[in-house]
Design a protein around this ligand. Structure first.
Ligand code: 13P
Ligand code: SF4
Length: 345
């Protein structure tokens, strides 16, 4: 069979910088940040040079918290558009800049506000839980936001506060939805499961990490533990292996990006198969240089995250461009589910 051509690395965003250029431009960015009274936030998937100069690097929940807590008047967001919108919603008086306004998210694009409204209309009285990977318009129609690190907690909180009978619309990530169903025991309870509806969206990067990747990696590295992002298309397969006794449950960890970091920090000499966007290997390597880290799928890179580059960050701070501002009427409504999530933890 003829082999299909594959991409071996993310497409470059402009000419590659030498280490000297990175050093000089990083110093320029830090200087500009001081002048502009800007805090630089970066997601764990961002390019190493951006993570190295950021004031805070983290997962979606940590970044939301950092955006809400900062005293700086400008937030330069090295992440994707919905993350910058969340910062704008939480800190409407601040100027939020993103180095490339086109840095979107395939998962956030998988549900629109009219689609969510139509879904709500089909289930009057249901509470809506949406992943933070959604637009501000979608959040404005949402009761609770969640991230990969607190989705289970948020759903359990709803049952405690509103009763175990509460109908829930969960989206847009179906793999995260399946993870919540497993973790909360819904899979064994068809009656309760029928009241938990999951949207069928997915992230193209994580959905691309397939069960076969897990099978192959398990055969190649039988000693390694699995660190799996709950958005992954392989997460269900991994849990099926656990259920069948093929992999020990102790060796499989479903974690947000920062959850992976804490786990590796606590086990710095272990072997880990990392099932998430490959940018995550950089903060993991930095935190635990002795660890043996293996990407579950080397092709899992998010082209949107990689649209943010050091020259673009420099330009946006220098020219104060790329502002993300959520209209007040949307922001007011979108703030409620985000604040509820941040309060739950
Ligand atoms: P985390 O919240 O785990 O960082 O995930 C965000 C994201 O976009 C995953 O693709
Ligand atoms: Fe969105 Fe997926 Fe990229 Fe995360 S990895 S920002 S969910 S497209």
């Amino acid at each position: 069979m003829q082999e299909l051509p594959t991409i071996q690395a993310p497409p470059a965003q402009g000419p590659e910088l030498t280490p000297e250029e990175i050093k000089a431009m990083s110093a320029e960015v830090r200087e500009l940040a001081k002048e502009r009274d800007a805090v630089i936030l970066a997601h764990n998937y961002e390019l190493p040079e951006l993570q190295d100069l950021a004031d805070y690097v983290g997962d979606s929940l940590g970044l939301s918290r950092a955006a809400a807590a900062t005293d700086s008047s400008v937030i330069a967001f090295c992440g994707v558009h919905f993350m910058a919108e969340t910062a704008s919603v939480l800190s409407p008086e601040k100027t939020v800049l993103i180095p490339d306004l086109d840095a979107g998210c395939s998962l956030a694009d998988s549900i629109t506000a009219p689609q969510l409204q139509a879904w709500k209309d089909e289930h009057p009285g249901a509470l809506v839980v949406m992943y933070v990977n959604t637009s501000a318009e979608v959040k404005a129609l949402t009761d609770y936001c969640c991230t990969s690190s607190n989705a289970v907690k948020v759903v359990e909180h709803i049952w405690e506060e509103h009763g175990a009978e509460t109908e829930i619309l969960f989206g847009p990530d179906m793999w995260l939805g399946a993870f919540v169903e497993r973790e909360t025991g819904l899979v064994e309870d068809p009656e309760r499961r029928a009241r938990f509806h999951v949207w069928d969206g997915e992230c193209h990067v994580h959905a691309g990490i397939r069960p076969d990747d897990i099978t192959e990696m398990r055969a190649e590295h039988p000693e390694a533990e699995f660190l799996i992002h709950p958005e992954c298309g392989c997460s269900t397969q991994a849990m099926e292996y656990v259920a069948a006794g093929d992999i020990s449950g102790e060796g499989v960890h479903m974690l947000s990006t920062s959850g992976m970091l804490s786990y590796v920090e606590q086990n710095p000499t272990g072997s880990f198969i990392v099932a998430t966007e490959t940018g995550m290997l950089y903060p993991l390597e930095k935190a635990a240089p002795q660890a043996h880290l293996i990407a579950a799928n080397r092709m899992a890179f998010c082209k949107y995250m990689k649209m943010i580059t050091l020259p673009k960050l420099r330009d946006c701070l220098r020219d104060m461009t790329g502002e993300v501002k959520v209209p007040p009427e949307i922001a007011e409504k979108a703030r409620i589910p985000i604040e509820r999530m941040v309060a739950i933890g």
